[in-house]
Design a protein around this ligand. Sequence first.
Ligand SMILES: [Zn+2]
Ligand SMILES: [Zn+2]
Ligand SMILES: [Zn+2]
Length: 103
Amino acid sequence: MTLDAEGTNATARAGLNGQAPRCDHIDLLPAAEPGLPECKECLAAGRTWTRLLVCLTCGWVACSDDARGGHAKAHYQETDHPVVAALDPGSTWRWCYVHRRTV
Ligand SMILES: [Zn+2]
Ligand SMILES: [Zn+2]
Ligand SMILES: [Zn+2]
C-alpha cells in the first residue's frame, strides 16, 4: 500500500466545471471530543510538529500536512474520515480532504 497515491480515492467528487461542489461532509459530523493536543505518531518517532489538526469524525489529533509527518492526512487515508479542523481555540479553519478545500 502506498501513501503517495493522491487522487486514487474513489470518493472524491470534485466538480470539473469550475464550480466548487458543496461539502456535505460537514453535515454528517458527530460532536467528537478532541483528544490530547499532541501528535502521537510524531511523539513515537521523536519528531516535532508545526500545527495540529483534529479529525472532526473521531477526535483524533495529528500534525498537519505542512509538517513533515502529515499524520492528519495519513489518518484520512486510513479511515476515510473527511474533515479536519485546526486545533487552535477560536480558529474556524476546517479542511475537507475529499473536496480538497476549506469548508
Ligand atoms: Zn467534503
Ligand atoms: Zn505527526
Ligand atoms: Zn478520524
